[in-house]
Design a protein around this ligand. Sequence first.
Ligand SMILES: [Zn+2]
Ligand SMILES: [Zn+2]
Length: 268
Amino acid sequence: MQVRVLGCSGAIARNCRTTSFLVDDDLLVDAGTGVGDLTLDEMAAIDDVVLTHSHLDHVAALPLMIDAIASRRTQPVRVHALRPTIDALRTHVFNNVIWPDFASIPSRESPFVSFHEIAIGQQLQLGSRQLKHIEVLPAVHTVPTCGFAVRCVEGTSHWVFSGDTERNSPFWERVNAMDVGALVIETAFSNREQALAERSLHLSPATLADELALIGPGRNYPVYITHTKPSETEEIMSQIAAFADGLRAQGLEQRDIRWLEADGVLHI
Ligand SMILES: [Zn+2]
Ligand SMILES: [Zn+2]
């Protein structure tokens, strides 16, 4: 299974695109502005989209993508999300004001997009060409949010994505029971912005350190940092590097912390 990083930034700027991952060629995880780098053929090959939550940096490209590929597809794009996320999209985006209601265009029987409710803890199988097993993980954020653990049906290792979150011990209870090939976890703000991180329910390097301490003993897998605000990325990186140095100095278990790069591909 391969995970192509389309966007991994906490905001937009030149060369900064917001959260989106293409798993193999048929499953999209979040639909931030990184989707706009795909060709029409690549977009048209996406049959399923799973969304962590309704925030704009995770859904901005969804309405535009559906419009771009509608004429190339014979089946609706299936969007899977928590019920409040679906309600938000229907009410605030696909409402015939901001964007057409593509769940009833060209007809209710054969629309361009269909919505499918998922729930925390649910396990589902998606992917029309390369079947994937997906578990919906808990997250702690200002709106109902989830993370995902994805693996090939034949494979054993999971690609785990935290979604937007603050401290989240139920997430680690579940992830510690999985074979993890790679973890992508957010760190949106620097320690300097800790108050803002707590208010907006995001992680900072300090709270990331607390979270990584919950990884079970003897378990070591690559931990990729995502969702840094472009204006704070260097500060966040240096604060995480200092935390890693501290672990080394104290003789504590090391973490394999890496930086997620847009256009990078993770092979799980
Ligand atoms: Zn968010
Ligand atoms: Zn976000």
